[in-house]
Design a protein. Structure first.
Length: 149
């Protein structure tokens, strides 16, 4: 079989196209993998399943009587648990309005050791029954009216 000039040009075009698609796909996969942040529970952190000194997310419940605010600063220390293990958290910043003891939180940051997490962002979770305070007050008033009749 003889390779003509036309066939040679086609083969070159196909190889260049294949190389371009492969390069673009490799760069895209690498970029996406660098931006992924994995979610862990305090038990997984305790079991050394979470990487130390990498950006991760940790979620759990804020332990009751564990929130300690440092005077004259925005620094807050608290403990998060998942009913099995506990993780001490340090955060500097303004906490969300829904943050509180006994509430669920998801935090983004870095794990310093098996027991200490340095949070860069704290997100408070609310239950599915959440109502704005105004609506809750109206509901209480209506319930009082119904029972007082």
């Amino acid at each position: 079989m003889k390779i003509t000039k036309t066939n040679k040009k086609r083969i070159i075009k196909i190889l260049v196209f294949f190389f371009a698609i492969t390069s673009f796909s490799s760069i895209l996969i690498y970029a996406l993998s660098q931006n992924m942040i994995y979610f862990y529970t305090p038990t997984q952190v305790y079991n050394s399943e979470a990487p130390i000194d990498s950006n991760i997310r940790v979620g759990g419940m804020v332990k009751v009587n564990s929130v300690k605010k440092i005077n004259n600063s925005l620094k807050v220390n608290f403990t998060v648990h998942d009913l099995e293990q506990e993780l001490n958290v340090t955060y500097t910043g303004i906490l969300p309005d829904l943050f509180g003891e006994g509430q669920g939180v998801v935090m983004t940051g870095k794990l310093i050791s098996k027991k200490i997490f340095l949070a860069e962002e704290v997100l408070a979770k609310h239950d599915e029954n959440y109502m704005p305070p105004e609506v809750a007050d109206m509901m209480k008033e209506k319930n009082k009216e119904m029972f007082n009749k």
